[in-house]
Write a protein that binds this ligand. Structure first.
Ligand SMILES: O=C(O)CCC(=O)C(=O)O
Ligand SMILES: [Fe+2]
Length: 344
């Protein structure tokens, strides 16, 4: 949730603050590590969706990583570039234009619009990030007049991108279901009507990047996230206790499994913990498309993946309760999904 007049990270960066303001200084245990660690040799899988072996590659990637790049996905690279371009044009526009589309603090967590702080909690360390959040699906929530009017083509691009990401997410959820021997529509039906949000994140150059995070460690709360980024780099995934950088691939879309998929699949597939680090030289842009259940939807583990040897791991949860706890406790690592673990 926004405070009444949050500091815009971009305004701090452009004012040339020489030191990181105290509210953005991470405690030592959360600071980014020096980049040359041996695990950097590991690299996130790339799955070609047009290949005959895509389903096997998706299974392996979901088991080992909970995230993977897709290529051969059929989304024109022009649309990916148009979405990145629209986001960049927004953030490069004058502050007075951007502020006309600021999040409304009265509308609570995840309000639509231009924002700079994700959590209501005043004592949490702030992310070195500004963002623009769009409510895009179902269509009854989609109101393009809430989106920038001063970037030519912006609203059309977001609508096209939203529709295209919905189709791709559904295709991926079908492949993911099949890869667990579930009926292909299983996860889609378990999620129900899709609530899609698109968040453009903008990470300004940071005066002391070794003390800050662009976005703190978290797993995404919905079912699946599709992410594109520019060529700067900064996203990291947690794998086997180490942070692994995700290199930008211009035509690829990064698939990130989120918490409800972990619950539905009884933990066979785990959501991926990730964070964004920042740098002193270049601003970075990413676009995350979240595929979530409605707030009233009850999410349950499939009985098809529960057996005497593999008991149910998570309690059923109404998605809106999950979201409230995520915002009130903070996203840190896997603390929210871990709170649903059934003692065995
Ligand atoms: O900027 C990124 O690469 C990560 C964004 C992200 O994880 C999110 O918006 O949930
Ligand atoms: Fe995320």
């Amino acid at each position: 949730m926004e405070t009444a007049s949050p500091a815009r990270v971009q305004a701090l960066a452009e004012a040339g603050v020489p030191h990181l303001p105290a509210q953005y200084v991470q405690p030592p245990e959360h600071r980014p590590a020096p980049s040359s660690h041996p695990a950097a040799a590991l690299s996130i899988p790339v799955v070609d969706l047009s290949s005959a072996s895509a389903a096997d590659a998706v299974r392996a990637a979901c088991e080992d990583w909970g995230a993977f790049h897709v290529i051969g996905h059929g989304v024109p690279v022009e649309l990916l570039d148009a979405m990145r371009g629209a986001g960049l044009a927004f953030f490069r526009s004058p502050m007075e234009d951007k502020l006309r589309f600021a999040c409304d603090p009265a509308r609570g967590a995840a309000a639509e619009g231009y924002g700079s702080r994700m959590l209501a909690n005043d004592d949490s360390v702030l992310d070195w990030r500004d963002y623009f959040d769009h409510h895009t699906l179902p269509e009854s929530r989609r109101n393009p007049s809430n989106w920038p009017d001063f970037v030519p083509g912006y609203r059309d691009t977001v609508v096209k991108y939203s529709n295209s990401m919905k189709d791709l997410a559904q295709r991926l959820l079908q492949i993911i279901s099949e890869s667990l021997n579930l009926p292909s529509s299983y996860i889609e039906e378990a999620v129900g009507e899709v609530y899609q949000n698109i968040t453009i994140s903008y990470y300004s150059p940071c005066p002391q990047p070794d003390l800050a995070l662009g976005l703190q460690s978290h797993s995404d709360m919905g079912a699946i996230t599709l992410l594109i980024q520019d060529d700067v780099g900064g996203l990291e995934l947690m794998k086997d206790g180490m942070w692994i950088p995700v290199p930008p691939l211009p035509d690829a879309i990064l698939v990130i499994l989120a918490d409800q998929t972990e619950i539905i699949t009884n933990g066979r597939y785990k959501s991926s913990v990730h964070r964004a680090v920042v740098n002193a030289e270049r601003a970075r842009l990413s676009v995350a498309t979240f595929y979530d259940p409605s707030k009233s939807r009850k999410i349950c583990t499939t009985p098809l993946l529960v057996s005497r040897d593999e008991q149910q791991k998570y309690r059923d949860i109404v998605y809106g309760d999950y979201v409230s706890s995520w915002y009130s406790k903070g996203p840190e690592g896997k603390r929210n999904i871990d709170a649903l673990l059934i003692q065995q």
